[in-house]
Design a protein around this ligand. Sequence first.
Ligand SMILES: [Zn+2]
Length: 242
Amino acid sequence: MATELLYLDDFDVLTAQATVMQVSELDDGRLDVELDRTCFYPRGGGQDWDTGVIRSGGDAFTVDEVRLDENGVVHHLGAGAVSEGAGVVLEVDGERRSMNTRLHSAGHIVDLAVERLGLPWVPGKGAHYPHMSFVEYSGEVPGDIEETRQRIEREVAAVIATGSSNEIRFMPVSEMDAYCRHVPENIPTNKPARIVLYNETFGVPCGGTHVRDVADVGTLTITKIKSKKGVTKVSYAVEGLN
Ligand SMILES: [Zn+2]
């Protein structure tokens, strides 16, 4: 049975009560814990997984990796004491979540800036990890690379300085075109479809966790733009995180 994904409705939920559905042992000796519901974010969409603790009475299970499978079941991998059928309390490491959320939202703000500047690029993959943060596009850099880097950086700074709260909207994939510049064909079907509206008008189909207000990202710099064979990679950094 698919795990209920609490982080889809609320970006900030870091603790919740749940029931342990199944515990199994992995080849590497770690345990795999399945729950009826979770606020742990599994790796996906370029955003890294949460870590934390699952507690029940005096038992504690340390979660060091979280994965979502093709059936929509979240697997909490780690070590410690946990029993099938137990009622548990979930505690996500808030500092790590906040870092991953800000790095992830920063990627969308870069994308928003690219749209505002009218750059003729089609969004591709992205990575929002501390050691590697970038968004990739199909398309060439029109003109000078350094000038383009500076233009994007200025636009990003303007978006963040103005600030704007983000809004969650669930909708069928067929309706997303009305809100989103680009709706990928490979939207995952193992979780409810959702967009997040940045700056009230810029919709992104995305199941990750996002800052409530774009101002929460902090200082965002465009560290490098590389363009090769029709693919342009825009790397960025968030002050204090990369
Ligand atoms: Zn996203």
